[in-house]
Design a protein around this ligand. Structure first.
Ligand SMILES: *Cc1c(COP(=O)(O)O)cnc(C)c1O
Length: 400
């Protein structure tokens, strides 16, 4: 299918504002062209025209599994093993609770200090709810492999650290976890759409992720969950919602889970949002993930080299070795918050993560080397001329 392969970047597939260098697609992907029209059409024809008939006529009910297969192709999951719905935090809870139930004689949920707080909070909430003496053990990222002892029920690991971009090797860690008798749960929030992922080859039991970062599904886009097909018929859903029931419209009194991953559905899917995501995923048609990764590495390497040559006040917070890094680069800077606000005011959009990290995402679908150089030109000016030193840039919004 070589002839249909898309060359990168493909900026024409996105509606990006004029004059903006968008280095925050790792937090919220931009709007792909066609999404607005598709959603407008869905509203007018499907919702407006078919009313409740849309559930069958437009297959709204099948959409979470259909879109699941599209996401599945991007993460190396077999057809029928991924379903969309809810938010990532909910999917973490569902996967984690099912995983813990698979190892009733073990009490440790292992994670690392680079994990996203919501994942850790979800584990804490689950442990309190269970009241069975479970423990959330958080170790440094480098110590996870050695911490996989006989008491670990589940290794709950986010592959790419949201702050630094430090990346775990899925295949080797999964192997190690399973050799220790633990269940492996991967969070692919910063992996899906950022690099080649092969969930099936890794052999992990569970994988979850969101679709509004590198997959450009839009704010509030539904999350995905993968359950390895051989265990899917056995796992016990903690959130026993009617759409995860084997026969929702039989309206039985008792819960009977659906046969496969569909038991991880909970309630009514967000059809408008799901439709936006389904359309957004079309930009991936013909994209070679190995090529995407090579382009991402080249952009990150160029950015590091340029920043280190021109902005000596910044120190690299990401691994220097590209093989250990996701599709983002972070730098420490004492006045990082203000500097990021100054950058954003000048059209270079990255973000800030406490306490002092300036974070830049590199998404080869719509970022090229010229953008990287242009961004560093502005960053250099912000630092050389202390443009960040302005009270306006110290004000914090509700979202940073
Ligand atoms: C972005 C992110 C989340 C966010 O969860 P939501 O429920 O979608 O708000 C959770 N975990 C990780 C690892 C993330 O990167």
């Amino acid at each position: 299918m070589k002839d249909t392969t898309r060359t990168l970047p493909m900026k024409d597939r996105f509606d990006l504002p004029e004059g903006v260098i968008y280095l925050d697609g790792n937090s919220l992907g931009p709007l792909p062209k066609g999404v607005g029209d598709r959603v407008a059409r869905m509203m007018a024809e499907e919702w407006g025209g078919h009313l409740i008939g849309g559930w069958n006529a437009d297959d709204w009910m099948g959409q979470p599994m259909r879109v699941g297969d599209t996401v599945g192709r991007l993460i190396g999951a077999e057809p029928g093993t991924v379903v969309l719905g809810d938010t990532l935090s909910i999917k973490v809870y569902q996967a984690l609770s099912a995983a813990v139930r698979m190892r009733p004689d073990r009490k440790v949920i292992l994670s690392d200090s680079g994990n996203f707080p919501s994942d850790l909070y979800m584990a804490q909430g689950l442990i309190a709810q269970l009241g069975q003496g479970h423990e959330l053990r958080i170790v440094e990222a480098e110590a996870v492999m050695d911490a996989l002892g006989e008491d670990v029920a589940v290794a709950m690991i986010t592959q790419v650290d949201y702050r630094t971009g430090r990346m775990h090797d899925m295949a080797s860690m999964t192997k190690r976890a399973q050799a220790a008798g633990a269940v492996m749960l991967w969070d692919l929030a910063h992996s899906a759409g950022a690099m080649p992922v092969d969930v099936a080859a890794s052999g992990c039991e569970f994988a979850v992720g969101c679709t509004y970062k590198y997959l450009n599904g839009g704010p509030g886009a539904p999350a995905f969950i993968y359950v390895r097909p051989d265990i899917a018929p056995e796992i016990e859903p903690a959130l026993a919602g009617w759409l995860g029931h084997d026969a929702p419209f039989a309206f039985e009194r008792g819960y009977r889970p659906a046969t496969g991953v569909e038991r991880m559905r909970v309630g009514t899917p967000p059809v408008i949002q799901m439709t936006a995501l389904e359309e957004a995923l079309k930009v991936w048609e013909g994209v070679d993930m190995a090529e995407l990764r090579a382009a991402s590495v080249a952009l990150c390497e160029l950015f590091i080299a340029e920043v280190e040559a021109r902005c000596p006040a910044l120190t690299l917070a990401s691994p220097r070795d590209a093989a250990m890094r996701g599709s983002q680069v972070s730098f420490h800077f004492e006045h990082g918050y203000a500097a990021m606000q100054a950058l954003i005011a000048r059209g270079v959009v990255g973000d800030f993560r406490a306490p002092d990290i300036m974070r830049f995402g590199f998404t080869p679908l719509y970022i090229d080397a010229g953008d990287v150089r242009g961004a560093v030109d502005i960053l250099q000016a912000v630092l050389d001329d202390r443009l960040w030193d302005d009270p306006a840039y110290r004000r914090t919004g509700r979202v940073t």
